[in-house]
Design a protein around this ligand. Structure first.
Ligand code: TTP
Ligand code: MG
Length: 261
């Protein structure tokens, strides 16, 4: 296994001194929509939903499904920017040599995700692929724990992140977590053709999966910024689309409720 790839594996577990305070919140697999949105006031003007999940868990497909509904805008991830910044493919550089380039990529990911979050919202519902939170709590955390990001780089990125989330309003009303096994993601990665990702080993997907589960399911790591709706996402596309159809009213509950009264 090339050194660069080995470097991606989240093997050593380091104690992290920067865990945020956990806040009470609701998590739901198939629980009621009203409970999911219980913290939201009655007159909802705008809704922001982040779709989260491992690499190749199906986030873009989920967004594409909802993009066909009226009054919903979808913001897919700025991956093209990560693949071409001033003619540099930063995503490829990171996979080739994570120890050298992880900090550079993650700095740019943090900036481009922030740019997404603060774009003026012009329609009632916004769906975003991922968030500034998962970039930090999953990807940066994994680089740090697996020593592909030195402690000083991690500290600088964390200071930036903390400043951003303290000083910039980043509204998120719901997290839709597409929960997959790392094996499913590996299969899907193989069948799509992002050349940079060919080097990703199963262990990398497993490490990201654990960090996602710690954050959103076990709640043992970082603050969860919104209620979480978990959607099992190991199924084929047809079944996933059916699930989105079944869950649509719940996901868009504040607006469905209003139009049905
Ligand atoms: P994903 O954010 O998982 O997007 P995707 O389009 O692959 O997922 P899906 O199929 O579910 O739509 O990752 C895009 C690439 O960017 C992937 O190679 C992982 C990488 N990445 C990082 O290296 N660091 C980060 O902080 C993020 C968010 C992604
Ligand atoms: Mg995608």
């Amino acid at each position: 296994m090339p050194l660069a790839v080995r470097g991606l594996l989240g093997v050593s577990v380091r104690c992290c001194s920067h865990f945020h305070r956990l806040v009470p919140r609701s998590r739901s697999r198939w629980g009621s929509a009203a409970r999911l949105y219980s913290n939201k006031s009655k007159e909802v003007e705008k809704l922001v939903i982040c779709v989260e999940g491992n690499i190749a868990s199906g986030k873009t497909t989920c967004l594409e499904y909802f993009a066909n509904s009226c009054n919903i805008e979808t913001l897919t991830e700025p991956v093209p920017k990560w693949r071409n910044i001033w003619n540099h493919n930063l995503l490829a550089l990171m996979y080739e040599d994570p120890s050298r380039w992880a900090i550079t990529l993650q700095t740019y990911v943090q900036l481009t995700m922030l740019q997404q979050h603060i774009l003026p919202q012009t329609v009632p519902v916004r769906m975003i692929e991922r968030s500034i939170y998962s970039a930090k709590y999953v990807f940066v955390e994994n680089h740090y724990r697996s020593s592909t990001m030195p402690a000083v780089d991690y500290a600088v990125l964390t200071e930036w992140f903390n400043w951003i989330v303290t000083n910039v309003h980043i509204p998120i009303d719901l997290i839709v977590y597409l929960q997959t096994t790392p094996e499913t993601c590996q299969e899907r990665l193989k069948s799509r053709c992002r050349t940079e990702e060919k080097v990703i080993p199963l262990e990398y997907l497993e490490a990201l999966h654990q960090l996602y589960e710690d954050w959103l399911i076990r709640e043992t790591s970082f603050t969860v910024p919104a209620p979480v709706l978990v959607i099992p996402a190991d199924h084929d596309v047809q079944k996933m689309l059916k699930q989105y159809e079944d869950q649509k009213e719940k996901i868009l509950y504040p607006f469905c409720k209003r139009s049905s009264t």
